[in-house]
Structures are given as C-alpha cells and as structure tokens.
Design a protein around this ligand. Structure first.
Ligand code: UDP
Ligand code: MG
Length: 325
C-alpha cells in the first residue's frame, strides 16, 4: 500500500466524543481508497469528556493514527499549529472533527496538490443551518479584512485545507502567539486554489463558537493584520479639531453680531462628553495593540504536550528512512 508519498491529516479535537467514531470511520474509509501512505494526527486540545479514551481505542485499532495530547485546552488555532508541527507528510490536510468538513473531499484536494498547488482550501457553496445574521456579519468581516488588512482571506472558507510541505514549513516558522490561522494560511502566499463543496450542518455535539467568540475572533483578525484602527484615532482627532475650529469661528461671529447672553450649557456638556468618549475609545484601541505587544514579548511557548503517540505507520517510515541513510 505504501508509496513514496505520505499525507498527514491534522484533526483538532475538543470534546468531540459524540462524533469521533463516525469521523474516524469516514476518514479511514476515504484513506483506504487512496494509494498513499497516511497518518491521522488527532490533537486532543484538553478535552474534558471521554474524547481521549476514545482516541486511544482508535489508536489501538488503526496503525495510521497518532495522538498529540496537549497539556490543557489551548484553543483551535494553537491545536492546529501543534498538529502542523508534528505532521511529517509531504502534504498536510487540516480538518475539523465535527464532520462539517466532508472527508470525501480529500481525493479532490490531493488532485489539485498533485497539479502543483500549495494551498488548496475548501470553499463552501452554501451555509447550511446558519442564521442570516451570521452570514451577513461574516461577509462584512471579510470585506473589512480585504480593505484594511490588505489580505485577501477567501470568503466562506473554514480551516479545511491541504497544505504542501513547503507551505507547512513556512507556517511553522511563524512563532506569534496571536495566531489567526485563516489569515496566516493566506499570508504565506504560494499558489492557492479553491475547491467548492457543500457544507453539512454539524453532525452531533455543539459548536463552541458564539457571537462573543466571533467578535473576539474578528478583533484578533483585524489587529493582527492591520494598524488601521490606530489611524482611526488620528483621523477622529483631526475631524474633531476641525469641527471645534469651525464652531469657534461661528461663535465669534455670532457674539459680534448678537452680543453674548450666557447660554450654551447643554452644548458644552455634549462636547465634553463627546471628546471624552473619543479619547477613551482611542485609548482602548491603543490598549488592544499594547496588549498584543505584551503577550508577544513574553515569548512563551505556544503549547505544552502531555504525550505524543506517533502513528505506527509513520514510525515504520522513519525507521526505514534512518536505515537508508
Ligand atoms: N476545537 C479545538 N479546541 C477548541 C475548540 C474547538 O480543538 O478550543 C476543535 C473542535 O473539536 C473541532 C474544530 O476545532 O474539531 C472546530 O470546532 P467547532 O465545530 O466548535 O467550530 P465551528 O465549526 O463552529 O467553527
Ligand atoms: Mg464546526
């Protein structure tokens, strides 16, 4: 079965015990059809349900399975990063465990890779089971990223994609703490290609995302790729100064024409509060960036590993490689 190629599948797993058996059945079905060597790296991102023991069972049954057990929950972006670090394949596929990303698409992704593309991302044709509001906000976010982040993140695209070896190596050189993976995948460049598919609603269990998460995710995306919000403060300041200047001239002229009865308490309060608001907001924006500098300068490792169980097939391949040297 083994050929010269091996592909790695990286699956971040956080409390997915309901879907894992079904997921593994489907992915191994797909892998059986391929005439390529494969390893499936399940990254257990500090699940507190029975996901890990399920994974251990799967590990016993399937020699292609590797388990990377992280020391706690680090979030999906870090879990994917950890998986990419450990992946040894010539091509690496990142896929969610919840079966929203159909494993059946993998042969198509590999096809495009063999045609010479480096990043092949799966693009949804339509969004099943998502509210109109989520679709609208997502759309606005991508437009914003295009205009101020100057980075063309493909729309309707999750993290499901195939990366060539050199794309993975490029990603692995990026050591930042704030990892907005969708952006990084695009940022590294190389030849990118979309494969269109129909996204299914989650198979079981529930999404860990809510609007607060999405909001933070959006802020993360914007502040990691653009300093435009910082400029916002300068422009707001300029605008306010211009407004104040014109208003000043208006008051001078009015006083000269009509005299100066004491008035204007309400307008003064409004102006003071407005200025206070603008200043606080600008400090907040500044704070976002200072906070980021703070976490980056600590240079902490991105994650800790509790245990890494290499796939038995990969082990064999490594041994063969060493013997050949
Ligand atoms: N996930 C993870 N760590 C987390 C949250 C999620 O590894 O802290 C994994 C999860 O197990 C799944 C994938 O990331 O495989 C996507 O999660 P989810 O379906 O909740 O996100 P959505 O599809 O709604 O974006
Ligand atoms: Mg999902």
């Amino acid at each position: 079965m083994q050929t010269e190629y091996m592909i790695s599948i990286v699956v971040p797993v956080y409390n997915e015990m309901e879907v894992l058996p079904e997921f593994h059945a489907r992915i191994s079905g797909v892998l059986d059809q391929l005439s390529l060597g494969a390893e499936v790296i399940y990254v257990n991102d500090g699940s507190d349900d029975d996901s890990l023991s399920l994974l251990n069972e799967i590990y016993e049954q399937d020699a292609r399975v590797a388990i990377l057990d992280l020391s706690r929950n680090f979030g999906k972006e870090i879990a994917m990063t950890a998986g990419l670090h450990k992946a040894q394949g010539e091509a690496v596929i990142v896929i969610d465990a919840d079966l929203q990303d159909p494993p059946e698409l993998i042969p198509q992704l590999i096809d495009e890779w063999q045609k010479g593309y480096d990043v092949i991302y799966a693009k949804r044709a339509r969004r099943e089971g998502e509210s109109a509001f989520k679709k609208l906000t997502a759309h606005l976010f991508y437009r914003l990223m295009r205009s101020i982040g100057q980075i063309k993140i493909p729309e309707d695209t999750g993290d499901y994609r195939l990366l060539s070896r050199r794309a993975v190596d490029a990603l692995n050189t990026l050591s930042e703490q704030h990892r907005f993976m969708k952006g990084l995948f695009t940022w590294i460049g190389y030849r990118q290609k979309a494969v269109i598919y129909e996204r299914d609603p989650r198979h079981a269990g529930e999404s860990k995302w809510n609007y607060w998460h999405l909001w933070n995710f959006a802020i993360e995306g914007i502040t990691s790729y653009s300093s435009a919000p910082l400029k916002l403060a300068s422009y707001l300041g300029l605008l306010t100064a211009l407004g104040a200047f014109s208003y000043g001239i208006f008051i001078i002229i009015r006083t000269m024409l009509y005299g100066d009865p004491v008035q204007g308490y309400p307008s003064m309060i409004v102006i003071i509060l407005f200025l206070g608001g603008v200043q606080l907001m600008s400090i907040g924006v500044l704070g976002e960036y200072v906070g980021r500098i703070f976490t980056e300068t600590k240079r902490r490792p991105l994650y800790f590993i509790n245990k890494f169980s290499l796939a038995r097939t990969t082990q064999k391949k490594n041994d063969a490689g060493q013997a050949a040297e």
